[in-house]
Design a protein around this ligand. Structure first.
Ligand code: SF4
Ligand code: SF4
Length: 307
């Protein structure tokens, strides 16, 4: 486990003892994503069936090429939808609706320091079940799921074999690659770092009442190695696929973990207000730690940031 993961796990361990409003919200986001992934092919809105040829488009049986066109349009629609969310609210999909991120959270729960054997087993089972649901939803775009019980012996062997392999890889991703994928490889993350997200909404640092105790919990818990107090500043080179010197907010998953850590430590101290917020931008924002907090409204563009 890397130093960054170890530091994050220590903070998460403290946070897991307390319930938080973000937990049910994230669960709703993940349920929505999985529901959409299942609903499109199962309803017949768009589906290719490589097993029995039951291709579908707009709820009707169609030839293969029409079903394939529907699947391609469906994938493009997903990108357009996440792009629009990104323009208004930053990478909210990454933090609240991306099933791959959720698989990483299950992996972290398995490896939680101090967790009892039963807790690890329970987290493993949840991670495997979630991975299975995710893989099944993706299969449903390409094959009629009845293949899993009605297929001939070759189709059964192939479908169950592919299913087992895909679930194992997805689960392994959550256990061992985790947020490294989000930081270095995710194609959605790449184009998010090109566009300028979150002009109105996101994580921001407002320390007008000097309530920040400089505990660094927010830095330690960030899964993608950002400095949540300085998301307006350019990050410098990042690993993997990304644009050099984009502001930290372009890389921020909007997961809220830093805000949660900040709320927790500030409450422990009996202080207020919480200096780190996930909300609409307003008031002064810190650009760099060495600088005065910049007394300006949130930047309207990245050009303004670098000016
Ligand atoms: S967690 Fe909150 S109090 Fe601690 S350093 Fe970050 S912003 Fe400051
Ligand atoms: S800066 Fe905060 S909200 Fe953004 S990825 Fe890091 S922990 Fe999540």
């Amino acid at each position: 486990m890397s130093d960054q993961s170890r530091a994050r796990q220590k903070v998460l361990r403290a946070l897991r003892r307390a319930s938080h409003r973000y937990n049910p919200r994230r669960a709703v986001g993940m349920a929505f994503s999985l529901s959409v992934l299942f609903a499109v092919p199962l309803s017949g809105l768009a589906r290719v069936d490589l097993w029995s040829g039951r291709h579908a488009l707009l709820f009707r049986a169609v030839p293969f090429k029409h079903g394939l066109a529907g699947v391609i349009v469906g994938i493009a629609a997903f990108y357009v939808a996440t792009f629009l969310v990104n323009v208004g609210g930053g990478r909210l999909f990454c933090g609240w609706g991306c099933p791959i991120g959720q698989v990483s959270r299950f992996g972290e729960a398995v490896d939680q320091p101090g967790a009892k054997r039963g807790q690890r087993l329970s987290a493993s089972a949840k991670g495997a079940l979630f991975s299975g649901a995710l893989v099944l939803s993706i299969f449903a775009w390409w094959v009629d799921l009845r293949v899993f019980w009605q297929g001939g012996s070759a189709a059964l062997a192939l479908s169950w074999g592919l299913m087992a392999l895909s679930v194992a890889l997805t689960y392994a991703h959550g256990r061992w690659w985790r947020w490294g994928f989000c930081m270095t490889t995710c194609p959605i993350g790449l184009y998010y770092s090109f566009v300028s997200p979150a002009k109105w909404f996101g994580v921001h640092f407002r320390n007008e009442a000097d309530s920040c105790i400089e505990c660094d919990l927010c830095d330690n818990v960030c899964p993608v190695d950002l400095k949540p107090r300085e998301l307006m500043a350019a990050t410098g080179p990042r690993p993997g696929l990304s644009v050099a010197d984009a502001p930290g907010r372009n890389h921020c998953l909007e997961c809220g973990d830093c805000v949660r850590a900040c709320e927790w430590i500030i409450a422990q101290r009996g202080q207020e207000p919480v200096p780190l917020l996930m909300s609409f931008f307003s008031g002064p924002q810190r650009i760099n730690q060495g600088d005065e907090v910049a007394a300006q409204s949130p930047p309207r563009s990245d050009r303004e940031l670098s000016a």
